[in-house]
Design a protein around this ligand. Structure first.
Ligand code: MLT
Length: 312
């Protein structure tokens, strides 16, 4: 009977590599979180999780592909606040329904938002930056990763608060490529998730005006909160998490949830995430139901805020 149990287990999910779609370019926050977490999940699952970057339309192209794939557990995606909570309010014809039409796995990491700028932008701090963009909105270029992306969503909220919707916005296939242009000084600023910019901020190749969280990040203790820097109304928490098509076998869901939890409990993986500035998910947020509740809560918050900002 032991030999039989062993054979049955060996045939169980997963029997081949799993594709994790990252709906943005390589080198950006979604790609970074996906690679760190998938690296350890692969060990637990005994099969490789292969990252596939499918960029376009603010991440909705890649998520559409993932959640409309065969629900066999072999195609999943790393999405985020943008693709799962903001995109439905941004794209009327969206081909997926994050609330009722996909299988959530769990939250992979909280990713605080930083207002970052090219290092030689004249404004030395957030107050000066705010005064400068209010005085001359048309003189500034903002980078983002497409309508409905996190960078677009969070900077749209920022511009709503500042009353400067006219700032020129430039779309990229992810904030990884946008960061290159920020470092080289071709764009002026962006609102980005901490994990892809923290190293550059530490190295001084770009500057960070503020973090839009209640607390400073231990990864960047010198960067003030928006409250400290004089813009208390600008508070937004971004995150990245895993989902797949609705109808996946329970065995696959359970194993993916367990592998994510083990990755987030692994000391090496935790350190990699924390060093980049990510926030570790709670036990509840690591469950399909806890993650689904977060998606819905943020969709409920963002939908009115984004429609108000777009009417300016
Ligand atoms: C990325 O991975 O490039 C970002 O998460 C894009 C975004 O701002 O949503």
């Amino acid at each position: 009977t032991l030999a039989f149990a062993g054979a049955a287990q060996a045939q169980g999910y997963p029997t081949k590599p799993i594709t994790m779609i990252v709906p943005f370019a390589a080198g950006g926050p979604t790609d970074i979180i996906a690679r760190v977490v998938a690296d350890h999940m692969s060990k637990t699952l005994g099969q490789q999780i292969v990252i596939e970057n499918v960029a376009g339309a603010g991440g909705t192209t890649g998520i559409t592909r993932a959640v409309t794939a065969a629900p066999d557990g072999y195609t999943i995606a790393m999405g985020h606040l943008g693709t799962f909570s903001a995109a439905p309010a941004t794209y009327p014809g969206l081909k997926y329904d994050p609330i009722n039409g996909m299988q959530t796995i769990g939250l992979a990491g909280g990713t605080p938002i930083l207002i970052v700028a090219r290092k030689n932008l004249e404004a030395p701090d957030l107050k000066a930056f705010v005064a400068a963009v209010k005085a001359n909105p048309d003189k500034f270029n903002e980078a983002h990763a497409g309508l409905g992306s996190v960078s677009w969503t969070t900077c749209t909220l920022l511009k709503g608060i500042l009353g400067t919707p006219k700032i020129n916005a430039v779309a990229y296939r992810g904030t990884g490529p946008a960061l290159n242009d920020l470092v080289s000084g071709q764009i002026d600023f962006m609102c980005d998730q901490i994990v892809s910019v923290s190293e550059q901020v530490k190295a001084g190749t770009i500057k960070a005006y503020a973090i839009a969280s209640a607390q400073r990040s231990p990864a960047l203790p010198d960067v003030p909160t928006t409250k400290e820097a004089g813009l208390p109304d600008y508070q937004i928490e971004a995150w990245n998490g895993i989902a797949g098509p609705k109808g996946m076998p329970k065995e696959a869901v359970d194993k993916l949830v367990d592998a994510l939890d083990k990755a987030l409990n692994d000391e090496g993986t935790k350190k990699r995430l924390l060093d980049l500035g990510a926030v570790l998910p709670t036990a509840e947020e690591r469950t399909p139901a806890g993650f689904a509740a977060l998606i819905k809560r943020d969709a409920d918050k963002l939908t009115p805020a984004l429609s108000a900002a777009s009417k300016q």
